[in-house]
Design a protein around this ligand. Structure first.
Ligand code: NAD
Ligand code: ZN
Ligand code: ZN
Length: 346
């Protein structure tokens, strides 16, 4: 089969032919209908060899959807032909975190050598994808896999982040989304669907700010050195109850810290390498700062139910498998509006 692989450190990913995977006991083989392209892959491909946590070559793609093509021995709960989305942050399934469905924080994944598809295990930007266990599949039913597949990461990750801050996002509050890209444009819609907060979106691109408005941001602000002051102005000097940073660079983390309210939350989701020093006087009183990873199995089911209710619509650009390297180039250049989705089987 054809697959998009990251093959050598620092090089662009390539479409190659690899052996067709076959499901072993307990595994499920999917014929991939759609696979999303995440900026995290670009971060991973910029890391030096010593920082890479997995060996190369690696088939990319950690947002996957497909139809069940074959079942390994002993698999129950799914049938050949089912349309499913893949829960990506695979864990052991039995530790205390996994028992709560929070496999993104599995206590034993590292020790057992368990990795997410596209982030260590062979990923979804291929004609077929091997899934380690049926519990990592969520039925899509009538949902369109192409428009839904980004919700497995670009939806689930902001959903998990926003859920932690829900108690603070009461009517009259303000939520800030920094970076209105793949994750950010979904985050804006989730905030509108889940809270009564006023949503302020920041980006460096006019096109992304236009998308932010289109998907429900009440205010848009250019992300520059004056952005925090502008947010304070918009909030009567008080700042925002929650700031979600989907860039995570030094300047955006600084904006987040300067824009957050007393007792507010800063959530750094982006892998931009920045950080926010926390200490008395460096952030407003009692502000909390966290850096979460992906989301839980239960949360993915909730996000898909929100999509089913019509509350979130991902803006997608589609590409063939042969065009996948170009999709990464466009994402790297900041030219993807919404999410790029690869259709490996046309
Ligand atoms: P994306 O490229 O689709 O979106 C990034 C957006 O940020 C773009 O709209 C871009 O114009 C904007 N931007 C760039 N610099 C900016 C700045 N200084 N201020 C404001 N906006 C700026 O990327 P994505 O796929 O949505 O991913 C966003 C980030 O989240 C990436 O760093 C990615 O690695 C990370 N991520 C983290 C997790 C996690 O679990 N923590 C999961 C998925 C993605
Ligand atoms: Zn991702
Ligand atoms: Zn576990």
């Amino acid at each position: 089969m054809k697959a998009l692989q990251y093959r050598s450190v620092g090089a662009a990913p390539e479409v190659v032919t690899v052996p067709d995977p076959e499901p072993g006991p307990g595994q499920v083989l999917l014929k991939v209908t759609a696979a999303g392209v995440c900026h995290s892959d670009i971060a991973v491909m910029s890391w030096p060899a010593e920082a890479l946590p997995f060996p190369l070559p690696l088939t990319l793609g950690h947002e996957g959807a497909g139809t069940v093509a074959a079942l390994g021995d002993g698999v129950t709960g799914v049938s050949v032909g089912d349309s499913v989305a893949v829960y990506g942050p695979w864990g052991c399934g039995v530790c205390a975190k996994c028992a709560q469905g929070r496999e993104n924080y599995c206590l034993r994944a590292k020790q057992l050598g368990i990795a997410a598809p596209g982030l260590g295990a062979p990923g979804a930007i291929a004609e077929y994808l091997l899934v380690d266990d049926a519990r990592h599949l969520v039925p899509l039913g009538d949902l369109d896999p192409v428009r839904t597949v980004p919700l497995t990461d670009a939806g689930l990750t902001p959903y998990h982040a926003i859920k932690q801050s829900l108690p603070k996002l009461v009517p009259g509050s303000t939520a800030v989304v920094i970076g209105a890209g793949g994750l950010g444009h979904v985050a804006i819609q989730l905030l509108r669907a889940m809270t009564a907060a006023r949503v302020v979106a920041l980006d460096v691109s006019e096109e992304k700010l236009a998308l932010a408005r289109e998907v429900g941001a009440h205010e848009v602000v250019r992300s520059d050195a004056n952005a925090a002051a502008r947010i304070r102005e918009l909030t009567g000097g008080l700042g925002a109850e929650a700031v979600f940073d989907f860039v995570g660079a030094g300047p955006t983390a600084a904006t987040a810290g300067a824009a957050v309210a007393v007792e507010g939350d800063v959530t750094i989701v982006g892998l931009g390498g920045g950080s926010l020093p926390v200490g008395f006087g460096t952030v407003p009183y009692d502000a909390a700062v966290r850096a979460p990873y992906w989301g839980s199995r239960g949360e993915l089911i909730e996000v898909l139910d929100l999509a089913r209710a019509g509350a979130v619509e991902v803006h997608v650009e589609t590409y063939s498998l042969d065009e996948a390297p170009a999709a990464y180039e466009r994402l790297h250049a900041g030219k993807v509006n919404g999410r790029a989705v690869i259709l490996p089987n046309g």
